[in-house]
Structure formats: structure tokens, C-alpha cells
Write a protein that binds this ligand. Structure first.
Ligand code: SF4
Length: 157
């Protein structure tokens, strides 16, 4: 039997992906108003964005973060990248890492390719820099857990 995603999930995915491709000025004019969900907090406000000449008008946000999120998502989308890198001498073969801040979305695949070739040594502590200035973004990749010699310590240890 085919797995059918729930209707609410289907609608969410369509709304999030359908409007996010090729948001050039020309496309935005053709698509306005644009609808998206703010993902900055669990409230998930439904945002409506209109673009008139050089200005965005945003409605539906319950706080200023929604406006900032909408404009950034339309002009220069960013994401935090989470992944793993190989670690030698630890209890496990890999350790979880993430970018310390959000990076430009178009750099995600470049960063993943770089991380696939990184191998570090124990000991590593949570927050340690694993790769500095990854893909010339000015942002470091950091460890999100600690790992000692043959022992994987709890996060924050
Ligand atoms: S607009 Fe503000 S309140 Fe609404 S989801 Fe975004 S961060 Fe949360």
C-alpha cells in the first residue's frame, strides 16, 4: 500500500517549497502576495508578503522577527547546517557538528562536500572549532558533543 502523507503536511511542504524557488524580482511580482510560515518560533505565524517597488509589506507576523525572517528568506536565505565528521580514536566513528551560525543556503552542498572529507582526533569538546571559515563564509563549524579517548561524553561535559 502506498504511504500517503497527511494533508496538513502536504500543504505545509507545498507552501514552503512552492514559493521558495527562483525568487527574482520578476518572479516575486508575478507571485505576489507570497505566503509563507515563519519558522522562528513554535507559533508558526502565517505570513503574507507583498512587494511594491523596493519595499516589502509583511502581514501576519506577531513579532518583528517574522518580518526579518520573511525578507531574509526572499532576498538571501540562510540555514544552519548540521552534519557529522569522522573522528579517530573515539568510541564512535563520527561526531555531530553544526555551523556556528546560519550560512547562505547556496553554500550547503559545498559545505557538505568539505565535511565529508574532514577527520579529527580525540579529544574534542562541545563547541570546539572543527573547520574554521568553512567555504569562505566567515563561519566556523563546531562540535555539538564531546568525545574523549574511547569514551563519548555527554553534551556539555
Ligand atoms: S512572527 Fe514572531 S511570533 Fe510569529 S512565528 Fe515568527 S517569531 Fe514567532
Amino acid at each position: 500500500m502506498l504511504h500517503q502523507p497527511s494533508l496538513s503536511r502536504t500543504l505545509f511542504v507545498r507552501r514552503r517549497t512552492g514559493n521558495s524557488k527562483n525568487r527574482t524580482d520578476k518572479n516575486m511580482k508575478a507571485q505576489t502576495p507570497i505566503n509563507m510560515t515563519c519558522i522562528c518560533c513554535p507559533l508558526g505565524c502565517d505570513l503574507t508578503i507583498n512587494k511594491s517597488s523596493a519595499e516589502f509589506t509583511i502581514a501576519g507576523n506577531k513579532c518583528p522577527r517574522g518580518k526579518k525572517y520573511a525578507i531574509e528568506e526572499l532576498t538571501a536565505p540562510k540555514r544552519i547546517v548540521t552534519s557529522t565528521v569522522k573522528i579517530a580514536g573515539g568510541a564512535y566513528p563520527v561526531i555531530p557538528v553544526k555551523t556556528a551560525h546560519a550560512i547562505p543556503k547556496e553554500k550547503i552542498f559545498t559545505i557538505m562536500r568539505i565535511l565529508a572529507n574532514v577527520e579529527i582526533q580525540v579529544p574534542v569538546h562541545v563547541g570546539d572549532t572543527v573547520v574554521k571559515n568553512i567555504a569562505d563564509t566567515g563561519i566556523d563549524v563546531v562540535a555539538t558533543c564531546s568525545c574523549g579517548r574511547g569514551v563519548r561524553a555527554a553534551e556539555g561535559a
